[in-house]
Each structure stands twice: as structure tokens, then as C-alpha cells.
Design a protein around this ligand. Structure first.
Ligand code: TNX
Length: 529
């Protein structure tokens, strides 16, 4: 048998077969009912380099079809696909359209790497190795979070990032849309969120606590049409955009625009120009709750995703503890004290989402503080994921030691500026098990997946985003789609071959030969809360 092709992520089952199928100008295609969108995607992706017409015909050489009876190798059903490449025909089948979209990405990786280039290639024939593939994901949530609040990125760039996620069968783009340093999404009832909240006059130079500033102003926001366009573009590629608007902390940009939403209506706060944890948070009064409802109504209108993220991390209680009206709320709700207000606030906002059929999603600070109907993202400590699963939460792991891509990939001095404190090496990502085997089966079943997180305090441009994301997202994709793999014998050889694809797509990435097969797990430091 021939050697298996090097695919990332590795398919659940792949049997290489002798021979090739060759795409050329005479190749015909057929999309059965429900498969047209996947064929359109295949055409769109192959057009720039190959220029192949892929002419429709009743007896297609390439057939894409939905088949409700298909079981597929992948557990959760909706995203699996079967792909058969023989010398005479390609047959791609899936139970649901999402599976076909993933199958299209596999076809793309089976082609010569030049198929990924953005310009016409001098080549008439495009061979694919024959194989039988039965594939499907291990986890339904395979994500990447991009922080567009600290540094804004234009919508066109977000589309490219979506394309890179889809290539790796990652299916969630979590957009961190608001933070202390910028508010990027318009809400018609609150125009100053953009007029004031989307611009900061300068930015701290260096990590939290630094005393020097880069005097360059930073600003940016999306139009509603850009966001709805992004949602549609991502859906065509099997990617769901999950929005995050931070509540009740990390809201200084909103407070700069509307001081009455805070705890001291007389305070004149600018959009924050520092990094770190900001003391200013929303008030716990009715006006702040009404603001949250209005914001979330607009969020739900623009983003159809089942999950809607409302932040919830790093919320100091200092302001509440010194605000008399906060104690009125504490008494009225029978709470223990200011420390209980964060969970109370998130529960109120979460209920609003739930009443509209959405699943409230938030960062977990311990895994034990929110109602179990929240989906939580654990980040501080891997133990929080198990705590949360035991409590009944659906859990997405984002352990900072394994999935925070704002940390450097190595200790080498040539690495670009990064969040200080830890190194998140490729091996740590590869070794990250969202649901370790020693947990109880019910606990493991509650872990719906994992995501890589690109915080952007020190990341201003797309090439830096990509350098931080790759190859670490490749490891995350492999882990969440396929599961564990042997680092030296399986993952690294596939990744090295995959590097040519990243190069063809112009993705700046950390050199792959930097990863020694015997490299030990990189020691990292504690995250200080
Ligand atoms: C903590 S993780 C944060 C972010 C920072 C990040 C930097 C989380 C939910 N909050 O606000 O950007 O650390 O690593």
C-alpha cells in the first residue's frame, strides 16, 4: 500500500489505495440535492490556482451527495463525511452539509500544494492519491478566539482567518468584540459606543503596569453589514462566528461612552489605554441591565449562533464595594455581599439570552460560580474544567498554559513581543487533552471542545496574528478533530508536510524544523489572577 497522505487534522480513518484520480479541464461534477453549497465552495477554493471549470454533468466524475443513512466514523454526527477517491471517480458523501464542507477541505489537502496558491498555475493536471476516508470530529467545538478589541482588524482580514480555520476543520471563530480598550460593534440605541468607545488616544507600551505609552491613537469598528457578511461567509465554510461582548467587567470603553452605566455617573473615564485588569465595571442598577439587554438583542440579531458569549472574566468588586446603591441590590436580591454580584449579573444577562433560545457562554473563574445552564470556558486552571463538568456545565477548555497563543512559542530571543509569564510551546498544545481519560465518562461527555485564544495586547497586524496562530492551531485542530497522536512519529511528519500548505497560503508561521521530536514539555509559570 502507498504511504498515507499527510493531512492536518488526521482523518479518523484513512486507507490509502494505489493510483490517482486526476482533475483536469475535462473533469465533470455533480452535486446532488443539498450538496450545491459544498460544490460552490470547492469551485471557489480551487479557481484561483487551477482555473478548472469543473463542468456540471449528470454523470459527474466528482460527485457530492448528502446521505442521511451514513453513519461515518465521527461521533457527533453532523460534521462527518465519507470520501472515496478511485482512479475513475471521487465520491464525497455526508449526512449533513457541514460534513461535505469538511470533505472539501480534505480534497484540497489531497491535491498538490500549488492548488492552494492564489494565482494561476502552469499545470493542466491535478492528481489526488486514491484513498478511502471515513472521518468525523471528536469534539463539536473546535475554535479560535480572536481579540479584535485590543487591536482592531478589518472585516476582510477576519474572512481570511475564517478560511485558515476552515482549512483545519476548525468550526468556531470566537470574536472578542469589546473590552476596556475598545468597543467594536455598533448598537443603534447607543451610538457613542462607537463614536467614543472605538478609539483610544494611545496604548501602553509593554506589559500591564508599564509606565510608557505608544502615542499612536488606535481605532476601528465594524458596520452591521460587515458583521452579517462575515457570519454568512463563515457559514459557507462550516464556521460559526460566536460573538463576545464582555459584561460586567472589561467594560471601560462602554463606560467612557456612557458614564451613567457605571458606579459613579460623575466620573469622566476615557477608553482605557493600559493593559491588565481595570477596576471600572458596570453598575448593578436597572439602567446597566437595560443596556445589557439592548446590546444582547443587537448581538442576537446580527449573530445567529446558538452560543452567545458574555465575557465575565476578571471582574473586580472594588467599585461595588464602595457604592451604596450596590448594597441596595445586594439586600433586595438576598446576596452575600459585593462578591456575589458578578454571578448575579451574569445570571441576569444569561437569562435574557436563554429566553431567546440562546446558550449563554462565559469565562469561568473557578468553574463553580455560574448556573449550570451556562456553557463555560475554563482558562485559569485545568482543574476548573472538571469542576465545571461535575457541576453540569458544557465546557470548552482554554487552559492558558496550552491554548493562550499570546504567550511566546519558545524562549528564543527572536520571538516577537508576547504576553510575559509563560511559554506555550507547540508540544503543550499538542498534549492538551480537553477531557482526560481518568475523568468519569459523564464528566468527559460534558467537554464539548477546546479553543486557541489570541489576545492582542501586543499584536497589531495580521502577520503577527498568523505567526502566533500557526502552527499552534494545527495542533489544536488535530487534537480536537482527531484526538491524541504520536508527537514524533505521526504529528510532526504530517505537520512538516503541512508547512508547505501554510507557505503556499502565505501564512507566516514559526519554523517547523524548530520542533525537535524529542523536545520535552516546556515548563510554564502560573497565571496570576
Ligand atoms: C486574561 S483570559 C484575560 C484577557 C487578557 C489575557 C492575556 C481572560 C478571560 N482574560 O483579558 O488579554 O489574560 O493573556
Amino acid at each position: 500500500m502507498p504511504a498515507p497522505p499527510h493531512l492536518v487534522p488526521r482523518p479518523a480513518r484513512l486507507a490509502p489505495l494505489p493510483g490517482h484520480f486526476t482533475l483536469d479541464h475535462g473533469t465533470t461534477v455533480r452535486a446532488d440535492p443539498g450538496a450545491q453549497a459544498a460544490l460552490d465552495l470547492l469551485r471557489t477554493l480551487l479557481a484561483p490556482a487551477t482555473g478548472l471549470p469543473l463542468t456540471p454533468a449528470e454523470t459527474g466524475d466528482v460527485v457530492l451527495a448528502l446521505d442521511p443513512r451514513l453513519v461515518g466514523a465521527g461521533g457527533p454526527g453532523d460534521e462527518g463525511y465519507d470520501l472515496s477517491v478511485t482512479p475513475y471517480r471521487i465520491l464525497l458523501r455526508a449526512r449533513r452539509p457541514a460534513g461535505l464542507l469538511h470533505g472539501v477541505q480534505t480534497l484540497r489537502q489531497l491535491l498538490p500544494v500549488e492548488a492552494l496558491l492564489g494565482t494561476p498555475q502552469r499545470r493542466d493536471t491535478w492528481p489526488l492519491p486514491c484513498a478511502e476516508i471515513t472521518d468525523g470530529p471528536r469534539h463539536p467545538w473546535r475554535g479560535a478566539m480572536l481579540d479584535v478589541a485590543r487591536h482592531f482588524q478589518p472585516a476582510a482580514y477576519l474572512r481570511r482567518y475564517v478560511d485558515l480555520l476552515a482549512l483545519h476543520k476548525l468550526n468556531v471563530l470566537h470574536l472578542h468584540l469589546t473590552d476596556d480598550q475598545g468597543w467594536r460593534m455598533p448598537v443603534p440605541a447607543y451610538p457613542r459606543l462607537i463614536e467614543i468607545g472605538s478609539r483610544r488616544p494611545r496604548s501602553m507600551a509593554g506589559p500591564a503596569g508599564s509606565t510608557t505609552y505608544d502615542p499612536t491613537p488606535h481605532e476601528g469598528s465594524y458596520s452591521r453589514a460587515e458583521l452579517t457578511g462575515l457570519v454568512a461567509y463563515a457559514a459557507e465554510r462550516g464556521v460559526t462566528v460566536v460573538p463576545e461582548t464582555e459584561l460586567p467587567g472589561h467594560t471601560r470603553a462602554a463606560l467612557a461612552a456612557y458614564p451613567e452605566l457605571g458606579n459613579d455617573p460623575g466620573a469622566r473615564l476615557g477608553v482605557w489605554t493600559d493593559w491588565g485588569v481595570c477596576e471600572n465595571v458596570l453598575g448593578v442598577h436597572d439602567r446597566a441591565l437595560a443596556f445589557c439587554r439592548d446590546v444582547l438583542d443587537e448581538v442576537m440579531d446580527v449573530f445567529p449562533s446558538r452560543h452567545v458569549h458574555i465575557g465575565g472574566d476578571e471582574c473586580p468588586t472594588t467599585e461595588w464595594a464602595r457604592t451604596p446603591t450596590a448594597y441596595d441590590r445586594i439586600r433586595a436580591e438576598g446576596l452575600d455581599g459585593p462578591g456575589a454580584l458578578r454571578a448575579w449579573f451574569l445570571t441576569r444577562a444569561g437569562r435574557h439570552l436563554r429566553e431567546h433560545g440562546r446558550t449563554p457562554t462565559a469565562w469561568a473563574e473557578t468553574g463553580a460560580e455560574l448556573p449550570p445552564w451556562f456553557t463555560v470556558m475554563t482558562w485559569r486552571d485545568p482543574a476548573h474544567a472538571r469542576t465545571a463538568a461535575r457541576r453540569g456545565h458544557a465546557v470548552i477548555t482554554g487552559d492558558h498554559r496550552a491554548t493562550y497563543f499570546d504567550y511566546a512559542q519558545s524562549t528564543e530571543p527572536s520571538e516577537p513581543p508576547a504576553q510575559p509569564g509563560a511559554v506555550v510551546g507547540l508540544r503543550a498544545v499538542h498534549g492538551h487533552d480537553p477531557a482526560p481519560p481518568h475523568w468519569d465518562p459523564q464528566e468527559r461527555a460534558r467537554v464539548i471542545g477546546a479553543q486557541g485564544n489570541v489576545w492582542t495586547e501586543f499584536v497589531t497586524d495580521p502577520s503577527h496574528i498568523e505567526y502566533l496562530s500557526f502552527p499552534r492551531l494545527c495542533a489544536l485542530a488535530d487534537r480536537t478533530w482527531t484526538g491524541p497522536s504520536d508527537w514524533g512519529d505521526d504529528f510532526l511528519p504530517r505537520l512538516r508536510a503541512h508547512g508547505a500548505r501554510l507557505d503556499a497560503l502565505g501564512v507566516p508561521h514559526r519554523p517547523l524544523d524548530a520542533e525537535a521530536p524529542t523536545e520535552e514539555r516546556t515548563p510554564t509559570k502560573e497565571k496570576t489572577p
